[in-house]
Write a protein that binds this ligand. Structure first.
Ligand code: MN
Length: 232
């Protein structure tokens, strides 16, 4: 085996409800706009022809419950609470049913966003990496296996900041179903275990500051929390 010049950290992993073993995080895909009310609050409309995506680097994941510094390079750091799905088997160019069957489990996550840098990307037609692929910005709660998750319909997704509710919606509001998303994305990637998909945020996104405590969850699919410390 090739000798490496220096050590790299092992992959991040997420706890799984009812299992001793954790789920290792490979790639993190994120759906751009999947709730009409959120698209509208950002001054956008939802493209109903097809979903679209950006990515976050797996090392930029952060486990729920952590305290992380307020990130550099922004004065408008936003919360986006989202349903996260984790794949359990390889799929390529699959249909909706096969896509849904490939989902290992679900959890609650936060797609933390430098909104000002994302806006730069829109204004100057640049990529979104500085806005979205932020250190500690893919905050992930424990996964509940799909077999134990029950129907997604009717489940409430919510987020509070310092105990005050900011985002409150039903997963029913998602424009693209989980099976449709996996199917669509599988026409661009050979999807595999370790792939996570953050499925977009409902309305109510907004800024957070150092000292804030974010807490939320999805009915039956676990909770999420994050504390923001001082900038470092
Ligand atoms: Mn998002």
């Amino acid at each position: 085996m090739t000798r490496l010049l220096f050590d790299m950290p092992p992959p991040n992993a997420i706890p799984v409800v009812g299992e001793d073993a954790a789920y290792p995080v490979g790639r993190i895909f994120c759906v751009g706009r999947n709730y009409v009310a959120h698209a509208e609050e950002m001054g956008n409309t939802v493209d109903r022809d097809a979903p679209w995506y950006f990515t976050k680097s797996a090392p930029n994941m952060c486990a729920s419950g952590a305290t992380v510094p307020y990130p550099p390079g922004t004065e408008n750091y936003h919360h986006e609470v989202e349903l996260v799905m984790a794949l359990g088997r390889p799929v390529f160019q699959c249909d909706r049913a096969e896509g849904e069957a490939a989902i290992f489990g679900y959890g609650c996550g936060l797609d933390m966003t430098r909104r000002d840098r994302q806006q730069d990307g829109k204004d100057y037609r640049r990529p979104w990496d500085l806005g979205k692929d932020v250190e500690n910005s893919a905050v992930l709660g424990p996964l509940t296996p799909a077999a134990k998750a029950g129907p997604l319909k009717g489940k409430r997704i919510h987020l509070s900041v310092n105990g005050e509710i900011r985002q409150d919606a039903l997963l029913d509001e998602m424009v693209w179903s989980v099976g449709e998303i996996v199917s669509h994305l599988s026409h661009y990637y050979h999807l595999r275990p370790g792939d996570l998909i953050m499925t977009g945020t409902p309305a109510g996104v907004g800024p957070v500051v150092a000292g804030d405590h974010l807490s939320g969850g999805i009915d039956g699919l676990g909770e999420i929390s994050l504390r923001l410390g001082a900038a470092e």
